[in-house]
Design a protein. Structure first.
Length: 50
């Protein structure tokens, strides 16, 4: 019975870390996209001629 609780606890820990990792990865992906869009806008501003 002891091994069952160890496995259940390990599974819960793995799920928690997986959820946290996926949330952080999604946030980083959104920041990367936003940074890329901002960089495109800035390059357009810098390359305009008068």
């Amino acid at each position: 019975m002891e091994i069952v609780w160890i496995l259940v606890g390990s599974g819960i820990l793995v799920l928690v870390f997986l959820v946290l990792w996926l949330r952080e990865r999604r946030r980083a992906q959104v920041e990367y996209i936003a940074y890329g869009l901002r960089a495109d806008e800035e390059s357009d501003e810098n390359t305009k001629t008068n």
